[in-house]
Design a protein around this ligand. Structure first.
Ligand code: ADP
Length: 234
């Protein structure tokens, strides 16, 4: 039965979080967000004319998110290019961010969000969503609120925040034992916009995990807000 985390963090403690806005000058909005060794960079372009034109929606803007984990972001070189995993994460990211954007304000156009994972150590989709949310805000798009993302999970009997790759891969009797739950919440109204669960939990554990995620996502919001304020003050 696990009583302590591998790196001695408290159960609700994330790895060190860093956030910076305006990291890619020629993008309309950009940001970096990291959980420990997982580092994401997001760049936003738009609203702009959509190509191919048949992808346009007459009544609203299309949000397109592209998640990519660079080959050199993991210890064993990863095969470059799209994969089922990156396609799924791109879709999840789009769905996580759409609820806070006023897409009806730009009918017929597109907003492209490119998310690059330059270093990966678990929770990269969460880091990517946080970076993208800040980049969209810096691009000056009408947003009702931010989206703040964090993964929570279960190691043994412990419900914890922000599992590292080492924690995710922890084995009991030769089998991976951890459960990882990626979440995102809207920053003011607290609506859940992402729930991705890998592993097994009971209903009670899921409830506890989501309560923890909501609490920790508020710390993420504070860090995102500060980074956005820092760039405005410059
Ligand atoms: P997330 O990064 O959002 O937690 P996953 O659960 O799919 O998404 O991946 C967990 C971690 O596993 C990644 O952050 C990365 O460290 C590692 N990983 C994922 N895909 C690969 C891959 N193709 N090669 C090497 N490591 C990978």
């Amino acid at each position: 039965m696990a009583t302590k985390r591998l790196d001695k963090r408290k159960i609700e403690e994330t790895r060190e979080v860093k956030a910076k806005v305006g990291v890619i000058p020629r993008a309309d909005g950009s940001a970096m967000f990291s959980f420990g060794d997982s580092v994401a960079i997001a760049a936003v372009y738009g609203p702009k004319k959509i190509i191919p034109a048949h992808s346009s929606k007459p009544d609203k803007c299309v949000l397109r998110c592209f998640y990519d984990m660079n080959s050199f972001s993991v210890t064993e070189r990863k095969r470059p290019g799209p994969s089922r995993r990156s396609t799924e994460i791109s879709f999840e990211t789009t769905k996580a961010l759409e609820p806070v954007l006023d897409l009806e304000a730009f009918p017929g156009s597109v907003i492209d969000v490119f998310i690059m994972i330059v270093q990966a150590d678990a929770s990269t989709r969460c880091a990517g969503i946080n970076a993208a949310s800040m980049a969209l805000a810096q691009a000056g798009l009408p947003m009702k609120e931010l989206v703040s993302s964090v993964a929570v999970g279960k190691i043994g009997d412990l419900i914890v925040a922000d599992l590292s790759k080492e924690e995710e891969d922890f084995k009991v009797k030769g089998e991976k034992s951890a459960t990882d739950i990626a979440t995102s919440f809207t920053s003011r109204s607290g609506k859940l916009t992402l729930l991705h669960l890998d592993g097994k939990v009971t209903q009670k554990e899921l409830k506890e995990a989501l309560e923890l995620a909501k609490k920790v996502s508020q710390n993420v919001t504070d860090i995102q807000t500060k980074a956005l304020k820092d760039i405005k003050d410059q």
